[in-house]
Design a protein around this ligand. Structure first.
Ligand SMILES: Nc1ncnc2c1ncn2[C@@H]1O[C@H](COP(=O)(O)OP(=O)(O)OP(=O)(O)O)[C@@H](O)[C@H]1O
Length: 363
């Protein structure tokens, strides 16, 4: 189901202007603190009345200021998941979930409770109260409550920001399942490159209220100039691959794509399972000849497509590897020594342990 957003709104010193169309999946709204992410999401939710906007979901107009259409928030059928789960403390998980269903007229309900319980792994929690849940479990219940209202659109505003690394890792696979199995668009606000690049289908990058870029996650990932300084080391490329085989003896999975094969640690689903990998630019070495007798398992052949400065002493080199991009951050010294320039054939070298992939299955 498609989502179209075209918003212009002034709020204090913020001059928000963002327009994008998405065909569904997860649209990440990414940007530094204060760039207007929450304001944009609140306009979509109908919580802020915008100066100018047209917002549609699957053909239903939620806002069109030129036609005087401004659906009330409760009539938009939008699920909203916040940084904190905001569950009712006096209700059990079951009671909290029932509250989600309650608002939607019977005729408009499409959410099937057993499937949602299964999708989020929350069936065993039904009798518990929020105080007896971990942070990750609370968020899964909050997502379940939002989905049980049979929403047209799910808004998630920094849903993992208050969780520690272990809880984040626990909940990410559930959000991936949501993206792949629930047929409604999801708008996902985050300032974490790792989260956005793992989850997003499309990415809208906001900078000081303006849409700095919008496009498929794999394209936006290569634009290291869009990444805020504090997340600089997280920048790199993502490649959508599929499981080719497992190497049982060494506990590795071989993934395959037009870029070539990549080994990652652990076992990731059966052959054919889609798997997105993220390769940080700082983890990639370049070589002009195919390296031999080297411990790194991943060697991808490509051609230098673009070089851009990455600071006083380093440069980002984008290689085209069979249509997929791999970005390497190397010193200017090395770029000069290797005489790199657009068109130069080169090999990208990446250790298996440096590749961020989907979580390996418990072994
Ligand atoms: N009611 C308001 N009145 C005036 N200015 C506001 C109001 N609400 C937000 N702002 C300003 O608008 C800007 C964007 O705020 P917003 O919360 O949308 O940013 P954000 O990208 O979600 O930030 P964060 O990641 O820190 O949550 C900020 O500079 C904020 O101070």
């Amino acid at each position: 189901m498609s989502l179209t957003v075209d918003v212009r709104h002034r709020l204090g010193s913020l001059d928000l202007a963002a327009a994008f169309d998405s065909e569904g999946g997860i649209t990440a709204v990414f940007g530094a603190s204060g760039c207007g992410k929450t304001t944009l999401v609140n306009v979509i939710a109908g919580l802020i009345r915008p100066d100018h906007a047209r917002i549609t979901v699957g053909g239903t107009v939620l806002t069109d200021t030129t036609q005087g259409i401004e659906l009330a928030p409760h009539r938009r059928r939008i699920g909203y998941v916040f940084q904190e789960a905001r569950l009712f403390p006096h209700l059990t998980v079951e009671g909290n979930l029932a509250y989600g269903e309650w608002f939607t007229p019977r005729a408009e309900r499409y959410a099937a409770k057993p499937q949602i319980l299964d999708l989020l792994g929350i069936a065993p929690l039904l009798k518990r109260r929020p105080r007896d849940l971990s942070g990750g479990e609370k968020q899964r219940v909050a997502i379940g409550r939002a989905l049980l209202a049979s929403p047209r659109l799910l808004l998630m505003d920094e849903p993992l920001a208050s969780l520690d690394q272990a809880r984040k890792a626990e909940i990410l696979p559930y959000i991936e399942r949501l993206r792949d199995e629930v047929r409604i668009p999801i708008v996902y606000v985050s300032h974490s490159v790792a989260e956005v690049m793992r989850l997003a289908s499309d990415v809208a990058v906001l900078a000081a209220g303006r849409l700095a870029a919008f496009g498929p996650a794999a394209e936006i990932a290569q634009r290291l100039d869009l990444i805020p300084d504090e997340e600089r080391d997280e920048g790199g490329a993502i490649i959508d691959m599929a499981v080719a085989a497992h190497d049982e003896a060494f506990g590795l999975t071989r993934l395959s794509s037009s870029a070539g094969d990549i080994f990652v640690p652990g076992r990731i689903g059966p052959a054919g399972t889609p798997a997105r990998v993220r390769i940080r630019a700082r983890d990639v070495m370049l070589a002009l000849e195919e390296p031999v007798k080297i411990s790194a398992l991943n060697i991808l052949r490509g051609t230098v497509a673009e070089m851009s400065p990455a600071g006083p002493s380093s440069v980002n080199v984008r290689l085209d590897c069979g249509g997929a991009a791999v970005v390497a951050r190397i010193t200017r010294h090395s770029a000069t020594a290797l005489c790199l320039a657009p068109g130069t054939p080169a090999y990208a070298v990446v250790k298996a342990v440096s590749v961020s992939g989907p979580d390996a299955e418990a072994r």
